[in-house]
Design a protein around this ligand. Structure first.
Ligand code: 5AD
Ligand code: SF4
Length: 464
């Protein structure tokens, strides 16, 4: 028998890439590959890249420089190392990568990962291979997999792709170009995947998609199902402790999704709902298809359905034309909503997007200043939100052992890491924990005897 070849995947960017990396491992395992954490002893290195901002895609070429040296060093001792570039930079810059990086053997876009074994074989026999076409066939054809073991549980919490691609065309965003048109998987396939994961010990499922609440998959009744309807169905499966979904667009929040938050205890009261800006002028220039007030109304609907719900968001500062007043409107929106967490980015022009043709009006210095101010506000909200947990008893889903001996780590409904001293057999269980203190972003607490615990919801507003 041939010894297994070692595979190392380095993923950048979003949760979809984390998920795709696992699917690539699942595709290559039957081909005799085993995963290794060390890039130095890998026979195959896959860079799973992100194109969302310039900084992210620049990393690819510097990584490739390092990998080239590793490849050459291995070749001197007679060992062959193959290099694959996957992900959104592969999709967007396929030919350019082939031209600039001679050490790369295969360039493969996110729609073609099921062809990886063939592409590697092709590269070995005939030289370098590139596949970045959007396939005409169902791009989820390999999911659920031809081989039943291909979707494999890893730990307590798992992502499941329900939808891929985006038709929204926000003017700053590459996703509609790199991930293609929006496509939803049929309900039956998702239910199958979730069942299989739950059977092998997964307790928390996060449904993912670039625009997850635009989900419109074929139901078992032949009708088109929404994300809300899908969540009701999944909540019926025995063994699921927690359901989540990400990332949502404010315009695609429909009444069934709101109702699902009211009716389904397993659906976690924490929603990532990016708004990008608080200024209607900028939202229009971004082609977001909603105003700041539309967004506020959506938030109010969620809150009316479930009083302990909390939100996170994404923001872009310094979009072309963003004035001081526009930025002030963003700060005002953040202050009003009160986020449990949020990500904020400086605008980065992406080649091929409509906004890349706009004149940039915000200086680098001003952009830095706006980012710092926004992040300070978000940080203070996040700290207040975390502090509010102290003294309360909250449910924690335990995932693994902590760094200190005897310590176990899990997450609250709001994804806050929570640490307690306990025996390792609590992994996979949702248990009440009384929070005693905070250490940076982690909560420290003690396990409550389950029967006597009184759970208390966190407060809603954390805004200044
Ligand atoms: N510049 C800066 N941030 C961007 N994002 C997407 N495209 C850009 C860009 N060109 C941010 C958005 C999005 C998140 C995933 O990345 O806030 O929600
Ligand atoms: Fe990009 Fe907008 Fe689609 Fe989100 S909704 S993936 S920001 S185009």
């Amino acid at each position: 028998m041939k010894p297994p070849r070692k595979l190392h995947i380095k993923s950048f960017g979003c949760q979809m890439n984390v998920y795709d990396a696992q699917r690539m491992v699942d595709t290559l395992t039957p081909e005799g590959f085993v995963e290794t954490a060390s890039v130095d002893d890998a026979d195959l290195v896959i860079l799973n890249t992100c194109h969302i901002r310039e900084k992210a895609s620049e990393k690819v070429y510097s990584e490739l420089g390092r990998l080239r040296a590793i490849k050459e060093e291995a070749a001197r001792s007679g060992r062959q190392v193959s290099i694959v570039v996957a992900g959104c930079v592969a999709q967007a810059e396929g030919q350019e990568i082939i031209r600039r990086a001679p050490a790369v053997d295969v360039v493969v876009g996110p729609q073609s990962y099921h062809h990886l074994p063939q592409l590697l074989a092709h590269a070995e026999r005939h030289g370098r291979a590139l596949e970045t076409e959007f396939p005409v066939e169902d791009k989820f054809g390999f999911l659920p997999p031809p081989k039943p073991q291909a979707i494999r549980a890893r730990g307590i919490s798992s992502f499941v792709t329900v939808q891929e691609g985006c038709d929204k065309f926000c003017t700053f965003c590459v996703v509609p170009y790199t991930r293609g048109a929006e496509l939803s998987r049929p309900v039956a396939k998702i239910v199958d995947d979730v069942r299989r994961l739950v059977d092998s010990g997964v307790r928390e499922i996060t449904l993912i998609g670039q625009n997850v609440n635009a989900y419109h998959g074929e139901g078992p009744d032949g009708r088109i199902w929404s994300l809300g309807k899908l969540l009701y169905r999944l909540a019926e499966l025995p063994g699921i402790a927690r359901l989540r979904y990400s990332t949502s667009h404010p315009r695609d929040v429909d009444p069934t999704l709101i109702d699902a938050h009211r009716d389904l205890p397993a659906l976690m009261p924490f929603v990532h709902l990016p708004v990008q800006s608080g200024s209607d002028r900028i939202l229009a220039a971004m082609n977001r298809k909603h105003t700041a007030d539309d967004y506020r109304r959506v938030i109010d609907q969620f809150r009316a359905a479930r009083q302990d719900i909390a939100f996170s968001s994404d923001f872009i500062v310094g979009f072309p034309g963003e004035s001081r007043q526009d930025f002030a409107a963003t700060l005002a929106l953040v202050a009003q909503i009160g986020y449990a967490a949020a990500y904020s980015f400086k605008y980065s022009p992406r080649p091929g997007t409509p906004a890349a043709d706009l004149r940039e009006t915000v200086s680098a210095g001003e952009m830095d200043e706006r980012l710092v101010r926004l992040q300070e506000l978000i940080d203070s909200q996040q700290s207040a939100f975390n502090r509010a947990a102290i003294g309360r008893t909250v449910d924690v889903l335990f995932e693994r052992a902590g760094r200190n001996p005897g310590q176990m780590v899990g997450r609250t409904a709001y994804l806050q890491p929570a640490h307690v001293m306990a025996s390792p057999d609590i992994v996979g269980r949702v248990l009440p924990v009384t929070i005693e203190s905070l250490e940076r972003y982690s909560l420290l607490g003690r396990l409550e005897p389950a029967a006597s615990a009184r759970r208390s919801p966190l407060p809603l507003q954390t805004g200044a």
